[in-house]
Design a protein around this ligand. Structure first.
Ligand SMILES: *[C@@H]1O[C@H](CO)[C@@H](O)[C@H](O)[C@H]1NC(C)=O
Ligand SMILES: *[C@@H]1O[C@H](CO)[C@@H](O)[C@H](O)[C@H]1NC(C)=O
Ligand SMILES: *[C@@H]1O[C@H](CO)[C@@H](O)[C@H](O)[C@H]1NC(C)=O
Ligand SMILES: *[C@@H]1O[C@H](CO)[C@@H](O)[C@H](O)[C@H]1NC(C)=O
Ligand SMILES: *[C@@H]1O[C@H](CO)[C@@H](O)[C@H](O)[C@H]1NC(C)=O
Ligand SMILES: *[C@@H]1O[C@H](CO)[C@@H](O)[C@H](O)[C@H]1NC(C)=O
Ligand SMILES: *[C@@H]1O[C@H](CO)[C@@H](O)[C@H](O)[C@H]1NC(C)=O
Ligand SMILES: *[C@@H]1O[C@H](CO)[C@@H](O)[C@H](O)[C@H]1NC(C)=O
Ligand SMILES: *[C@@H]1O[C@H](CO)[C@@H](O)[C@H](O)[C@H]1NC(C)=O
Length: 512
């Protein structure tokens, strides 16, 4: 009897000790799956494997981290693959970061994950719920079948629900690994990732404290129509070659570069520029036809500035998507066909008309918009101005947009900001700020404007805004040569105070 009592006692102590051990911090990467798989099974997540990656590996990581591969099952039988990078606890800032995708996704943006890891985040990224093999490895093209576009669940997850699918289990794993939850959660994405950022604010407002959305394609369906419009307007003799696009931008710069008092080959606020493209028309005395526009090219350029509209006869030409801004012309080449081939035609053929032989020239700019909105927009757009839940919970949304973005008409985010201000009946800068980048490209530098620094220090700004209530009055951009610039919350623009024009401290943000 006595020995039984002792055995029970020992068993009790053993259980207790085991419980104690389990409740102490466990940052053992090699036992990650064993230790934590159970904790996320109710979130439909599984851990595939985990590996400790030493600091300064080829991946570019400054810190040693535990690299975790996982999966989340969604919509019954679909799978989203994700990775989670966990720095050693001494290097962990206590924050969680999720990163978004580019283009048609299907791959994890590990380069951005490493960047965020190097800033001390525990960082997660996913493939958006379908493999790249289901989007032809990002190679959308006329006549190519893209399986993910035929799965309503995959289509909806791609932008609306990609981040929200892996974030809850990823955050549970962060809590388990460090034995405490992340203090703050951030999101960082550009392009399609910018759209995913808007999807978080609109559909999953509870998940993130701070969202960075760069060059947002959040009106994705109509963005695709703008690619189609620009492609159609530049067919055949309307095509404008790069040399001529550059000539337009040079002429625009000649007229508008100095509007802000700084001769830097950049236009601070293109809306202040009133360049007349008609002055570029070829005439009898034009000696070099690469440097002037023929009549069809002139019409094409005007159409790109205007953006897609319905036809004037039925609706007086109401806007389908905004057009491109003065000074962006040198970034237009991809608008003249390749973006339509990669995105618009695949969307029309795979989703809207469900026929790979659909001829894009049949697209009706009056009658077919409704079908695009219903069959595509409802699945992939996130343009509601009603971000009240996100605002009410204290969420912050920081957006950047390059004025010379090759994909996105730069004034779309400005229009969307105005829609949001109209919804809230006034200023929204307590939770939403848009930073326009003079000469900026799509998610970084534009080829034609290497003098515009391409690294935007948005994460620092977002952290201060979220954690210290310091609203970003400006954001600094830098380049590798030591140059920097001041980016301003729209409708402000940088005003030069004097001094080195390549240093941010020579500027202040002011209403322009
Ligand atoms: C992690 O777990 C493995 C397997 O149980 C063990 O061999 C190793 O010593 C542990 N490492 C640490 C740092 O606790
Ligand atoms: C897990 O998947 C099931 C079946 O699809 C679903 O009903 C449930 O809501 C999912 N759970 C979570 C936390 O997403
Ligand atoms: C972990 O799983 C991923 C995804 O299946 C695989 O690509 C990778 O090679 C695995 N790593 C290890 C160390 O097994
Ligand atoms: C699972 O996949 C099958 C075959 O692709 C499909 O018919 C079915 O509807 C899917 N089930 C769910 C719950 O989505
Ligand atoms: C990471 O290390 C590289 C090389 O030492 C350094 O240039 C870079 O500034 C570091 N990044 C961060 C965010 O500390
Ligand atoms: C116009 O361009 C299209 C597409 O590049 C081509 O198929 C067509 O033959 C051209 N038409 C004329 C009249 O050159
Ligand atoms: C003729 O076109 C050139 C540009 O090619 C322009 O500079 C010039 O002003 C034009 N001349 C007239 C008379 O319109
Ligand atoms: C037209 O101008 C461009 C740019 O200055 C130059 O490269 C090209 O050689 C010129 N073409 C002719 C025919 O003069
Ligand atoms: C077009 O504009 C005219 C004149 O402003 C207006 O009377 C008419 O209602 C408009 N038509 C449509 C379809 O908006």
């Amino acid at each position: 009897m006595k020995s039984l009592a002792i055995a029970v006692l020992i068993a009790l102590i053993a259980t207790h000790v085991k419980a104690l051990v389990l409740s102490t911090p466990s940052q053992n990467c090699s036992t990650f799956a064993q230790d934590f798989a159970q904790s996320v099974s109710s979130q439909n997540a599984t851990i595939i494997n985990s590996t400790l990656v030493p600091a300064n590996s080829a991946a570019g990581n400054n810190y040693t981290f535990c690299k975790v591969y996982g999966q989340v099952a969604y919509a019954g039988n679909d799978t989203l693959n994700f990775q989670l990078y966990l720095p050693e606890i001494e290097m962990w800032s206590g924050r969680f970061m999720a990163v978004g995708n580019g283009g048609m996704a299907g791959t994890i943006d590990t380069a951005n994950m490493i960047k965020q890891l190097n800033l001390g985040f525990a960082v997660a990224g996913g493939d958006s719920g379908h493999l790249a093999s289901l989007n032809n490895n990002g190679g959308g093209a006329p006549g190519v079948y893209l399986p993910y576009m035929h799965s309503p669940a995959q289509l909806k997850t791609w932008i609306h629900n990609a981040i929200s699918t892996f974030t809850p289990p990823a955050r549970s794993l962060v809590s388990s690994y460090y034995s405490r939850p992340a203090g703050y959660s951030y999101y960082n994405g550009c392009s399609t990732g910018g759209a995913q950022g808007f999807a978080l604010a609109q559909f999953h407002p509870e998940l993130f404290d701070g969202i960075y959305a760069g060059s947002p394609g959040n009106w994705y369906s109509h963005l695709a129509l703008s690619f189609l419009w620009n492609a159609r307007k530049t067919l055949n003799e309307s095509y404008i070659p790069q040399i001529t696009l550059d000539a337009i931008t040079s002429a625009v710069l000649e007229e508008c570069d100095l509007l802000d008092g700084v001769k830097d080959g950049l236009i601070e606020n293109p809306l202040k520029c009133s360049f007349d493209i008609n002055t570029m028309a070829c005439n009898a005395s034009s000696t070099n036809t690469s440097l002037c526009l023929t009549a069809p090219q002139l019409e094409a350029a005007k159409s790109i500035y205007t953006g897609p509209t319905t036809t004037t006869t039925t609706t007086n030409g109401s806007e389908i998507y905004p057009g491109f801004s003065l000074g962006s012309e040198s970034s237009w080449l991809q608008q003249e066909g390749s973006l339509a081939d990669a995105f618009s035609i695949p969307i029309l053929q795979n989703i809207v008309f469900n026929s790979l032989s659909y001829d894009f020239r049949d697209f009706d700019w009056d009658k077919d918009i409704g079908a695009v909105d219903e069959k595509v927009g409802a699945f992939i757009d996130e343009i509601s101005p009603d971000l009240e839940s996100f605002r009410n919970k204290g969420g912050k949304l920081l957006v950047t947009q390059g004025w010379a973005d090759a994909y996105n008409a730069a004034i779309w985010p400005i229009q969307h900001l105005q829609d949001i201000e109209a919804f809230f009946n006034g200023d929204v800068s307590d939770f939403f700020n848009l930073f326009m980048v003079p000469g900026g490209g799509h998610c970084g530098q534009a080829e034609a404007f290497p003098q515009a620094p391409g690294t935007y220090h948005v994460v620092d700004a977002l952290i201060k805004w979220v954690e210290r209530e310091e609203k970003p009055e400006s954001v600094v951009s830098t380049d590798e040569e030591g140059g920097s610039r001041l980016l301003c919350p729209w409708p402000q623009a940088a005003t030069w105070l004097g001094g080195d024009i390549d240093v941010a401290s020579s500027y202040v943000c002011e209403n322009s």
